[in-house]
Design a protein around this ligand. Structure first.
Ligand code: G6P
Length: 518
């Protein structure tokens, strides 16, 4: 890939901000640094929008104290925001991942509330907002991503009332009874209300958010629309131009836009002969068991890895299946390793894996093939192809893209997806075997059902799942969001009224005068 000197235009009409940049800094063995595109769905979806609209991406390069000038990487303008080691400890590992992350995931782990972490979160959000304001041209469209940057919309609206501001929350938004624990609950709501459109994964998340708005701010809400008074300084709302008579409020839309994957690229990989051959090899390396069950997760306590191991271990103990017949391949990619809850989780999972393999393994065969690593995408696709059953047992998950990736690769219309009803994907992937991962007997029953499901039923279910994933891919997601956003800027023709909860999620409003090519 090519790295060039800073791109000519210093201001952009479409700006995306996320905690992490879509490029990784890679240090080669000879010590030279280069940038590699990280192949996430978000960047795949937004790349064409960026190119068509003079776009830039603002974010952190993933390492402490890197002061970098803006640069261009594979056609994308990159604007790095530096974080110090203290910022990483308090804003990223602390407030983002040890306060908000557990709080927003149903307090599966105890959120830690520290005032100095909050101060750091405010400071870093300010730095991001300043960086975005600096590179956004007059009237630009800005799209802020995820829970690490919830204060950015309000900060931007205060400084740059000319911008159209969108926000998308990739993780769940919790019910008010949980959310209200947060000592800074009002500031976060005010931060988000700086946006014109706030997107969530599920309808339930959007509803949780609007309820929090009513409870904490008392603003009227109707379906997906919130009326934010233009004179209320707490939400950073300064009128852009004179306050219109009879409409002294700004309309904010809060609704669901379930994210997806670049399904075509997964399918294309799944058809490559070398990947199909690799899938065969994987089965062989595992000793050609009759059935392979696969789990693929970041090593995170929200993923329910311990629950699935418990169910799997009990099935071996009960004699419902034998170790030679079935192998569970568990890929657990390292994540947030300096946060205590994640360290403890690793110990817990690895103890369980060791016990199962010690109790039921033979010299030649371990029932759980466990990998604490992340694999490149082609190896992941080969694993998906090799797996008869995909096990997604999240206790809470915004969406879970692994479930969609598995479906996209199954060009043979085969394979069974077991999916937690607590993952956002279960709203769409209704023909999966849906499970409550807390119900270990129910989980065991689903695993056995998947292992013994007749081919005809597997085919019918997989076809229906594939239809959904291909019709609602990540490009459809970003266009739907941006169409609503550009129809709800400061332009007059707000389409909010038609966006009530009952609306078919596929329907898009006509865009207003501000447009962006999507
Ligand atoms: C989740 C979050 C993302 C985050 C990713 C990886 O998917 O929604 O915002 O980037 O996890 O976590 P990390 O802390 O490594 O960025």
């Amino acid at each position: 890939m090519t790295v060039q000197a800073p791109a000519a235009p210093q201001r952009y009409s479409f700006v995306v901000a996320s905690n992490r940049l879509p490029v990784d800094r890679v240090i080669d063995p000879d010590g030279t640094a280069r940038w590699a595109n990280s192949p996430g769905g978000l960047v795949t979806a937004l790349e064409p929008v960026m190119r068509a609209n003079n776009g830039a991406w603002v974010g952190w390069a993933g390492q402490p104290d890197l002061q970098l000038d803006p640069f261009e990487s594979d056609g994308i303008s990159i604007v790095p925001v530096p974080l110090t080691a203290d910022d990483i400890r308090m804003y990223y590992e602390g407030f983002s991942n040890d306060t908000l992350w557990p709080l927003y995931h149903d307090v599966i782990s105890h959120p830690q509330y520290h005032r100095e972490w909050w101060d750091s979160y405010v400071q870093v959000n300010r730095r991001f907002a300043d960086a975005v304001a600096e590179v956004s041209e007059q009237g630009a469209v800005v799209w802020v991503q995820d829970y690490q940057l919830q204060l950015v919309p309000r900060m931007l609206r205060e400084d740059r009332p000319d911008l159209t501001i969108g926000f998308f929350n990739h993780i769940p938004f919790p019910p008010y009874g949980i959310y209200s624990q947060l000592p800074w609950r009002t500031q976060i709501i005010e931060g988000l209300l700086g946006a014109d459109v706030i997107g969530f994964q599920r309808l339930a998340d959007a509803n949780n958010f609007t309820r929090a708005v009513r409870r904490l701010k008392g603003f009227p809400t109707k379906g997906a629309t919130i009326e934010v008074p233009l004179i209320d300084e707490s939400v950073g709302v300064r009128a852009h131009g004179p306050i219109p008579e009879g409409k002294p409020f700004r309309t904010v839309i809060a609704r669901h836009f379930p994210i997806s994957i670049d399904a075509d690229s997964f399918e294309e990989m799944a058809r490559r002969p070398e990947i199909i051959e690799r899938a065969r090899q994987i089965r062989e390396e595992l000793g050609n068991p009759e059935r392979i069950i696969l789990g693929v997760d970041r090593l995170d306590y929200t993923k329910g890895i311990a629950h699935r191991l418990k169910a799997f271990g009990e099935l071996l103990r009960d004699g419902s299946m034998t170790a030679g017949e079935v192998t569970l391949v568990q890929v657990a990619s390292p994540s947030r390793e300096r946060v205590e809850a994640y360290r403890q989780l690793r110990d817990e999972i690895e103890l369980m894996v060791g016990r199962i393999n010690g109790d039921y393994g033979t010299i030649g065969h371990a029932p759980v093939s466990y990998h604490h690593t992340s694999y490149p995408r082609d190896e992941m696709v080969a694993l998906y192809l090799a797996a008869d059953v995909m096990l997604v047992t999240a206790l809470r998950d915004g969406m879970n893209l692994v479930a969609k990736e598995y479906v996209a690769t199954r060009t043979d219309d085969d394979g069974v997806l077991i999916l937690s009803e607590f993952a956002g994907a279960s709203d769409e992937l209704k023909r999966a075997l849906l499970v409550n991962p807390h119900d270990i007997d129910g989980l065991k029953h689903a695993i056995l059902r998947a292992l013994h499901m007749p081919r005809a039923e597997r085919r019918t279910r997989m076809r229906s799942l594939r239809r959904r994933v291909f019709e609602h891919d990540v490009a459809a997601w970003s266009s739907a969001f941006l169409a609503v956003l550009t129809g709800n800027g400061h332009a007059e023709s707000l389409q909010a009224d038609i966006l009530h909860d009952e609306l078919d999620e596929d329907a898009q409003p006509e865009t207003g005068p501000m447009t962006i090519d999507v």
